[in-house]
Design a protein around this ligand. Structure first.
Ligand SMILES: N[C@@H](CS(=O)O)C(=O)O
Ligand SMILES: [Fe+2]
Length: 275
């Protein structure tokens, strides 16, 4: 992305110089990160914030969150009335705290799972069990998911690298032009309700009762802001997000061109190995 960013300068020499600075700033951040993490860990422990220095720690602590709820005989699920509100609050606080802490830990062990594709964003499975699946999604700049639901699963997402945007949608009535005409059986209309810019360490939650959404990594502008002082590891290719779905998603609805279709989501890699 550095060359796209720097083409705004209109000067080849400046482009090369800026690229070098960008890369060395990114590297410098990583060189000092161990000290930052140590200081951060001491402060976090004192403040009661979980310490999640490695992906393996994240997985273990996530499993613990789910086990604690199940041990109380609680049914987990995102549909209204499916899970007691107090249980959801505990789980949501726990999961968001862990995802934020991991994303802020400067750990780069997720990079093993960060496979990209030129044509579309890809889903890289870290772990799936009966309760949840943890997936690293990789987005080249310009790649955006279509409007979709989450199949009655809880969906948490945290940004590990780059800058992302989530746009939420609600189902909408048929537009006036369609009134009077026969509406196709698979017709579905949506309208955007709000948009959130997400940076490294930000974490969000969505389920079908709340909204539909798209997520995307947009344009060079986001990368320019990041490379000029934004936080997080340098992700020259776009963005990386970490998603937790509970239970694992089997089938989603895609809302595209005023129609809805169902799709079984697949994986581009599992355990860091291309499938
Ligand atoms: N839910 C999407 C990614 S995102 O756009 O939230 C997926 O799992 O493919
Ligand atoms: Fe999604």
């Amino acid at each position: 992305m550095a060359s796209v960013v720097c083409s705004l300068d209109g000067d080849g020499m400046v482009q090369i110089a800026r690229k070098t600075v960008t890369e060395s700033v990114g590297k410098g951040c990583q060189d000092t990160s161990a000290a930052v993490v140590q200081l951060g860990a001491a402060a976090s422990a004192a403040a009661g914030v979980p310490e999640v220095p490695r992906l393996e720690d994240l997985l273990q602590q996530l499993r613990d969150v789910f086990e604690r709820e199940k041990a109380q005989g609680i049914t987990l699920g995102s549909q209204q009335h499916q899970q007691q509100p107090e249980s959801f609050k505990r789980m949501n606080d726990g999961v968001q705290g862990l995802l934020r802490a991991y994303a802020a830990s400067n750990s780069l062990d997720w990079q093993k799972y960060a496979l990209f594709n030129d044509l579309h964003y890809v889903r890289n499975l870290v772990e799936a069990n009966d309760d949840f699946e943890l997936i690293v999604l990789c987005w080249k700049t310009g790649q955006v998911s279509r409007v979709h639901n989450h199949a009655d699963s809880h969906c948490w997402l945290a940004v590990l690298g780059g800058e992302m945007r989530e746009v939420q949608y609600q189902q909408a009535p048929a537009p006036p032009a369609v009134h009077g005409a026969a509406v196709p059986e698979d017709a579905a209309y949506v309208e955007a309700t709000h948009s959130t810019e997400m940076r490294v360490g930000d974490c969000g939650y969505i389920n079908d009762f709340l909204a539909l959404h798209t997520v995307g990594c947009y344009g060079p502008e986001a990368e320019r802001c990041r490379s000029e002082g934004g936080a997080g590891p340098y992700v020259p290719q776009g963005g990386v997000t970490l998603h937790l779905y509970a239970p694992p998603i089997k089938r989603v609805k895609i809302y595209d061109n005023d129609t809805v279709t169902e799709r079984i989501p697949g994986f581009y890699s599992k355990g860091g190995v291309r499938v």
